[in-house]
Design a protein around this ligand. Sequence first.
Ligand code: COA
Length: 148
Amino acid sequence: MGEIIIRGMLPKDIDQVVAIEKICFSLPWSKESLEKELINELAYYQCAEDKGKIIGYMGMWRIINECHITNIAVLPEYRNKGIASMLINKMIEICKCSEIDRMTLEVRKSNSPAINLYKKFGFVEVGIRPNYYVKPVEDALIMWKNID
Ligand SMILES: CC(C)(COP(=O)(O)OP(=O)(O)OC[C@H]1O[C@@H](n2cnc3c(N)ncnc32)[C@H](O)[C@@H]1OP(=O)(O)O)[C@@H](O)C(=O)NCCC(=O)NCCS
C-alpha cells in the first residue's frame, strides 16, 4: 500500500465505486444513483485512493446543521488499516468548516465492524428502526454524534 490520498469523488471514479458497492453490499447503489449524488449540492462524497486505485469511499448529506452518513465502504483487502477512519476524519473536518454540529447514521444491528468504527468516533446508539433493511431483513441501529 502506498500513500493514501483522501479526496473528493469525481465522475471518473464512479465505475470503481460501483465495483466497491457490489463487493461490499447485498443491495449496491447503482451507477445512476451515484451520478445523481455527485450533482446533489447537499451531498459530500470522499474517496480513498491508493496509487490511482479507489479503495474506499464515504458519503453524507447535509440537512441544515446536521449530516446524515449515507455510506462508507472499504475494499476487503484494505480493511483494518485505518482507511475508514481517514474518511470519517475528513468528513468531520468538512462538518467543522461548514457549521454542521451533529452527524447521524443507520447501521445493521449485526454489523459489528461498522458499529465499533462509529463508537470509536463517539457515535452513540439512540434507537432502533425495526426491519429497516432488506436482503436480509434486519433492524437498524440509529446512531448520533455531536461535533465539538
Ligand atoms: C466498516 C468498514 C468500513 C471499516 O473499514 P476499515 O478501513 O477496516 O476501518 P478502520 O481500519 O479505520 O478501523 C477503525 C475501527 O473500526 C473498528 N473495526 C474495523 N474493522 C473491525 C472488525 N473487523 N471487527 C471489529 N471492529 C472493527 C475498530 O474499532 C477499529 O479500530 P481499531 O483498529 O483501533 O480496533 C469496513 O469493514 C467495510 O467496508 N465493511 C463493509 C461495508 C459496511 O458494512 N459499511 C458500513 C455500512 S453502515
